[in-house]
Design a protein around this ligand. Structure first.
Ligand SMILES: N[C@@H](CCC[C@H](N)C(=O)O)C(=O)O
Length: 264
């Protein structure tokens, strides 16, 4: 089976081209391919499959978390997916539509970066997350997938959080699990770390960055409908533009290897 490997700000993915839509990957196949010791290694897997007929997009991003579970959306995954389509000639031009479980998304080339229209950030109820005997208030945000954005206080040290553990969250608010972001700083420049559902701590999370940026703007000015936020993640920096209609995420995305595997 052919594969490629890519990442966006250190959020890394195994890419599996399945251009005729014939492969069926079981959750255990995905977990093995994403295993960093026994497999290729990645925070998730992107299967490249044809979009349904009638779609504006030619390709569907079949995204899986490293544990084999499925998620609705992946912002960095989408940027890497588009980079792969362009590198391999599966897509061309400056504007590339892609189908996802969270609907049609559009990516554009932005110099060296890939910029994606993530759709609007939808705020839900206030909730909280606990870790190591501390509890932080959080804002739930949907970017197609669920997020809980927790602002740390000035005295909290982002670097010292132990994200080897899943933060405790309210399962009544998040019955399908949640990605939890911890944030320091204020609009227009914040830093975050994330514990991703189905993965663990990752170096970056595009949907999480978009959620964090929307919360930062809202905390700055609850009436503001647009703004630009710079978000630092352990794997680099992403830029977010918020408009009244949508959220744009921009940053680097690269394919670093190609090969074949007999794992699945
Ligand atoms: N890394 C991703 C998010 C991947 C999905 C997430 N783990 C979930 O289960 O919702 C991103 O870049 O957005």
């Amino acid at each position: 089976m052919p594969f490629a490997k890519g990442h966006g700000t250190g959020n890394d993915f195994v890419i599996v081209p399945d251009t005729e839509g014939r492969l069926s990957l079981k959750p255990e196949d995905v977990a093995l391919l994403c295993d960093r010791r026994r497999g290729i290694g990645g925070d998730g897997l992107l299967r490249v499959v044809p979009a349904e007929s009638g779609s504006e997009a030619e390709w569907f991003m079949d995204y899986h978390n490293a544990d084999g579970s499925i998620a609705e959306m992946c912002g960095n995954g989408l940027r890497v997916f588009v980079r792969y389509l362009l590198d391999t000639g599966l897509a061309d031009g400056d504007v590339i539509p892609v189908d996802t479980r969270a609907g049609l998304k559009t990516a554009v080339l932005d110099g060296e970066n890939i910029r994606v229209d993530m759709g609007p950030a939808e705020f839900g109820e206030a909730s909280s997350a606990s870790l190591d005997h501390y509890t932080w208030a959080g804002q739930s945000v949907s970017m197609g997938n669920p997020h809980l954005v927790c602002q740390l206080s000035e005295s909290d040290d982002l670097q010292h959080l132990d994200l080897h553990y899943q933060p405790v969250f309210d399962a009544e608010v998040f019955p399908e699990g949640v990605n939890v972001e911890f944030v320091t700083g204020h609009y227009p420049h914040v830093a975050m770390r994330v514990h991703e559902r189905g993965v663990g701590e990752t170096l970056s999370c595009g949907t999480g960055v978009a959620a964090v940026a929307a919360v930062a703007l809202n905390r700055h000015d609850a009436d503001a409908k647009e703004g630009h936020v710079t978000v630092d993640v352990p794997g680099g920096r992403l830029e977010v533009d918020i408009t009244p209609e949508t959220v744009f995420l921009s940053g680097p995305a690269v394919v670093v290897a190609e090969g074949t595997t007999t794992l699945a």
